[in-house]
Design a protein around this ligand. Structure first.
Ligand code: SF4
Length: 477
C-alpha cells in the first residue's frame, strides 16, 4: 500500500445531510465506501468479460433487449490517462489539484496497462488515450502508445483539447492506428478571445479541417454548464452542418468533481432538458430512449441520419432496433469507413429474412419521407450520433450506477469506474508504481520520478498542492 497521506485519498469527506434527493429513495456512497472501493481484479481470461458485463446489468436492473453492455460490449470504453498535465485550466476540470505535480507515467507502465486492458476486455475494446491532454506527452511516445493499442487489436481514440493536435500529428497517429479523435471545445476552457460557443465554432472548424480526409472518425465533446446551456442547439446545428466529417457530438453535464471551480450544477441542467436542447438543434425529435448503454441515468444515445443538412431520427423504431442489435450483437463496425460499417450492418441484417423484410419496410418509409432531401443531396447520407453523459458529483455517487458503469479508468492494478476514479483520483495518481527491475520489486515515485527499492512516502506541501494547471505557450487554436 502507498504511504501517501491518507487525507488525499477521497475528496468527499462530508456526510450528505442536506441533499434533498437523499430523501427521495437515493442513497450515495459514504466516504468509507469510496475509500474501500478497489479496481476490478484481472479475470483468468477476457472470454468471460461479456458475460460479466451482462451480470452487472442484470444485478442493477439495466438488462433490457436494447442494452449494448453485455451484448455487444464488455465495456463502453476504457480511459488510459498517459499524463496528468494539461495546457488548459477548465472550470469543470475532473483532474485533481495535485495533478500538475505528477510526472508522466513511464512508457513501460503505460504498455503494461494496455496489456491489462486487453486482459480484462479483449480485442476491439475502445481505449481512450487521454489525460490531462495526451498531446503534451513526448510525440514519439504518444505515437507508440497508439500503435501498441492497435497492435493488440483494440481501438484507440485520442481525447484532446486540440491545441497541439495539428494535422501532421493527426496524420501520424492515424497511420499508427488511431480510430477516433475527440476534440474537447467549449466555454469552460476559457480560451482567450472567445466569449461564446458560436465564437468557438472557428476553432471547431479549424479542427475539422485538420482531420478532413484522414482515416479518422471525428467527435466533439462539450461540457454543458449554465454558461452554455442556451447555446447547445447552436453547437448541435454546427455538427449537423459538418456531418460530412463529424460523426459524434457528445455532451457531458457539468459535475462537481476534481479541481474545477464550477462546483455543483444548476438545477435547470437536467438530462431531460439537455435532450430537448439537442433535439432543438437537430430540428427534429430524436429517440434518446431506444438504445441503452450501461445505466440509463448515466448515458443517453441517439442517432441521426443527415441528408441535405436535415436530420432524420434513425432510432425511432425500438422493436426494430432491438431485433437488429440481437442479430448483429457479435459484429464490430468500422468507424473509420462509413461504407464498411454499412456493409457489415447490411450483411448482419440479411442473415435473418424476417428482419430483412421489417428493416426494408422501415428503410422504404424513411426514403419516402426524405425523398426531396435525398434527391438534392444525390443520395449522400451521413450518420451523426448524439451522446449525453451524466457524470456524478463526487459526493453523490450512486452505488447502482457505479456497479453498472460503462466507462472505466485504468489504474496500476485494474480498471475502475470513472466517477469513482475521479472521487479518489489522488489515491491512484500519487501511488508509487511498481516497476519491472530484476525481481519486479522497484518503485517509481510519481512526484520525484525516482526509482527506489522500496515505495517512498509522498509528501505534499500546501504550495505544491495548489500548483496551477500547466502554463505553457497558448495558441488561439
Ligand atoms: S463514469 Fe460515472 S456517469 Fe459514466 S458510466 Fe460510469 S458511473 Fe455512469
Amino acid at each position: 500500500m502507498t504511504e501517501t497521506d491518507s487525507r488525499l485519498r477521497v475528496f468527499c469527506q462530508a456526510p450528505i445531510e442536506d441533499d434533498p434527493e437523499a430523501t427521495c429513495g437515493l442513497s450515495y456512497m459514504a466516504a468509507e465506501q469510496i475509500r474501500a472501493a478497489q479496481p476490478a481484479q484481472q479475470p483468468t481470461d477476457y472470454g468471460s468479460a461479456l458475460l460479466h458485463a451482462r451480470d452487472r446489468m442484470v444485478a442493477t436492473n439495466q438488462w433490457t433487449a436494447s442494452q449494448f453492455m453485455g451484448r455487444r460490449w464488455a465495456i463502453g470504453c476504457v480511459a488510459l490517462e498517459i499524463t496528468q498535465r494539461c495546457n488548459l485550466d477548465c472550470t469543470a476540470c475532473y483532474l485533481s489539484e495535485n495533478s500538475e505535480l505528477v510526472r508522466d507515467l513511464p512508457l513501460d507502465e503505460v504498455f503494461r496497462r494496455i496489456e491489462m486492458i486487453f486482459a480484462h476486455y479483449g480485442p476491439n475494446t475502445d481505449v481512450q488515450v487521454t489525460g490531462g491532454d495526451p498531446t503534451l506527452r513526448k510525440r514519439t511516445e504518444l505515437v507508440e502508445i497508439v500503435r501498441r493499442i492497435r497492435q493488440k487489436g483494440m481501438r484507440p481514440s485520442l481525447v484532446t483539447n486540440g491545441i497541439r493536435a495539428k494535422r501532421d500529428l493527426l496524420d501520424e497517429l492515424s497511420q499508427a492506428g488511431l480510430v477516433d479523435v475527440v476534440f474537447h471545445v467549449d466555454m469552460t476552457q476559457g480560451r482567450k478571445g472567445f466569449d461564446s460557443e458560436a465564437a468557438l465554432n472557428v476553432i471547431r472548424q479549424e479542427y475539422i479541417e485538420r482531420a478532413r480526409g484522414l482515416r479518422l472518425s471525428v467527435m466533439f465533446n462539450t461540457t454543458v454548464f449554465e454558461g452554455n446551456f442556451e447555446e447547445v442547439p447552436d453547437i448541435v446545428a454546427f455538427s449537423v452542418r459538418n456531418a460530412d466529417v463529424v460523426r459524434f457530438a457528445s455532451f457531458q453535464l457539468q459535475a462537481d468533481t476534481g479541481r474545477g471551480s464550477l462546483g455543483k450544477r444548476d438545477a435547470r441542467l437536467t438530462v431531460s432538458l439537455l435532450k430537448n436542447q439537442i433535439a432543438a438543434g437537430a430540428d427534429t425529435s430524436l429517440s434518446f430512449d431506444t438504445a441503452h448503454i450501461g445505466h440509463s441515468h448515466c448515458n443517453r444515445y441517439a442517432m441521426g441520419l443527415v441528408v441535405n443538412g436535415r436530420v432524420y431520427d434513425a432510432l425511432d423504431d425500438r422493436s426494430l432496433f432491438n431485433r437488429v442489435l440481437q442479430q448483429t450483437a457479435h459484429l464490430q463496425f468500422d468507424r473509420q469507413s462509413r461504407s464498411a460499417a454499412v456493409m457489415a450492418l447490411a450483411k448482419g441484417v440479411l442473415g435473418s429474412p424476417s428482419l430483412t423484410a421489417t428493416a426494408a419496410a422501415w428503410l422504404a418509409r424513411k426514403i419516402w419521407i426524405a425523398k426531396m432531401d435525398l434527391l438534392l443531396a444525390r443520395c449522400r447520407v451521413n450518420k451523426l450520433s448524439f451522446f449525453i453523459h451524466d457524470f456524478m458529483d463526487v459526493c453523490r455517487l450512486e452505488p447502482d450506477r457505479v456497479a453498472a458503469c460503462a466507462f472505466s479508468a485504468m489504474t496500476a492494478t485494474g480498471p475502475i469506474c470513472m466517477c469513482l476514479h475521479n472521487a479518489k483520483r489522488d489515491a491512484f495518481i500519487l501511488e508509487p508504481v511498481r516497476t519491472g527491475g530484476p525481481n519486479g520489486g522497484r518503485y517509481w515515485n510519481p512526484v520525484s520520478g525516482k526509482i527506489t527499492e522500496r515505495p517512498e512516502r509522498i509528501t505534499l506541501s500546501e504550495d505544491l498542492r495548489r500548483k496551477p494547471a500547466w502554463r505553457g505557450p497558448r495558441t488561439p487554436a
